[in-house]
Design a protein around this ligand. Structure first.
Ligand code: ZN
Length: 126
């Protein structure tokens, strides 16, 4: 446990300990589960607007359409997040998790704890 830069050449492809990885993996799986739950709710919101003239007035129908537009935006963000989480879990399996996919530098644990699905270091994200 010292900060000497001399890393043994046969060091594993990640600077994270197995415990760190375990915890981050759990974070990712938890996020994936809750994302899948909220995506089911989004699915309901994406159903076509019913033009029920008796129950829904013109104004609330416009509200409905606006809500749907927002729901579509939400779905786009959810898809991106889902892809990120799935790729991160794949990188854990591949043993490449924790390294920037752009420059190969180790991503600090503190950053991974906040954004466990992150694929790039701060420099490459900017
Ligand atoms: Zn990088």
């Amino acid at each position: 446990m010292n900060n000497d830069k001399a890393e043994p050449p046969n060091s594993p492809p990640t600077h994270l300990t197995p415990t760190d990885l375990e915890e981050l993996c759990q974070d990712l799986e938890t996020e994936l589960l809750s994302l899948e739950r909220s995506m089911k709710v989004t699915d309901i919101g994406l159903k076509p607007v019913e033009l029920d003239q008796t129950a829904v007035g013109r104004l609330s129908r416009m509200d409905e359409l606006q809500n749907q537009a927002m729901t579509k935006n939400l779905r786009v963000r959810e898809d991106i997040k889902l892809g990120g989480l799935q790729q991160a879990l794949q990188r854990i399996e591949d043993g490449t998790y924790g390294r920037c996919t752009e420059c190969g530098e180790g991503i600090p644990l503190a950053r991974l704890q906040v954004f466990p699905e992150t694929a790039t270091c701060v420099n490459c994200t900017a």
